[in-house]
Unconditional design. Structure first.
Ligand code: NAI
Length: 245
């Protein structure tokens, strides 16, 4: 359980759900982890039981100045940065003809612009790591589409293009850049989906159930580890078989 010993990671949206599961998995493998989220009380409550290697960071990823300052402060304290996980994400669904500009902008601001701001702020540190890693949470919706989620799908599809471009851009510096594309995963985000809809998705999922956040975290841990050193520019699915090929 020391696959990430000596490594330092920064995980956005780490106060709950998949981000928190990734932070816990990285900590269990020996990493120091910055848990970044937008609500101070919530992120401090999440980090407190995880020990002194878990560092709570208050951050709204849609504010580029705040992102830069938080990243600098964290790396100054931790001494280095090896792994970035762009996990923070939101949904705000509506049929396209009723979707407001505010809904469109809000989702793009977090899922796409926020990931750009955080990645840009992290890069100068990741380039100094002997084995830098950028891991972004995309979605099956960004690959396959979903009614009433055009804003979310567009943001996640763009994140895949961002991943491939960045992977090519910094491969020569030994930083790998990959995306994880989950299907339905049980978290506070998907708890908002009506139960019959969740059951219908599980019914068409070959493995017949939603995934757990720890099952996504296991993949993130592998991608962050030395074992995944020859994997870059990839979209790796963790979806119970819901989308194949
Ligand atoms: P969640 O809603 O449970 O957790 C997301 C976290 O991000 C929250 O703690 C929230 O406060 C934080 N966050 C949101 N906006 C932020 C901002 N501007 N600045 C800082 N933090 C912010 O979501 P969940 O389910 O854990 O999802 C994590 C990621 O995985 C998201 O990018 C989501 O789109 C993606 N995903 C999730 C799936 C699922 O079934 N749960 C499926 C496919 C992708």
């Amino acid at each position: 359980m020391d696959r990430l010993a000596g490594r330092v990671a920064f995980v956005t949206g780490a106060a709950r759900g998949i981000g928190l599961a990734i932070a816990k998995a990285f900590l269990a493998e020996g990493a120091v982890v910055g848990l970044a989220d937008r609500n101070r009380e919530v992120v401090e409550r999440a980090a407190a039981p995880l020990g002194s290697s878990a560092v709570p960071i208050v951050l709204d990823i849609t504010r580029s100045g705040e992102v830069k300052a938080a990243m600098e402060g964290f790396v100054e304290r931790a001494g280095r940065l090896d792994i970035l996980v762009n996990n923070a994400g939101i949904t705000d669904d509506a049929p396209i003809q009723f979707m407001t500009e505010r809904q469109w902008d809000a989702v793009l601001a977090v899922n796409l612009y926020g990931s750009f701001y955080v990645t840009r702020a992290a890069l100068r540190y990741l380039l100094k790591s002997p084995a830098g890693r950028v891991i972004s949470l995309a979605s099956i919706v960004g690959e396959y589409g979903e009614p009433e989620q055009a804003n979310y799908a567009a943001s996640k599809g763009a994140l895949l293009a961002f991943t491939r471009s960045l992977a090519k851009e910094i491969a020569s510096r030994n930083v790998t850049v990959n995306a994880i594309s989950p299907g339905l995963i049980t978290t506070p985000l998907t708890d908002m989906i009506p139960r019959p809809v969740r059951e219908a998705i599980a019914a068409v999922t070959p493995l017949g159930r939603p995934g757990g956040a720890e099952e996504v975290a296991a993949l993130a841990t592998f991608l962050a580890s030395d074992e995944a050193g020859f994997i870059t520019g990839q979209v790796i699915r963790v979806n119970g078989g819901l989308l194949m090929g």
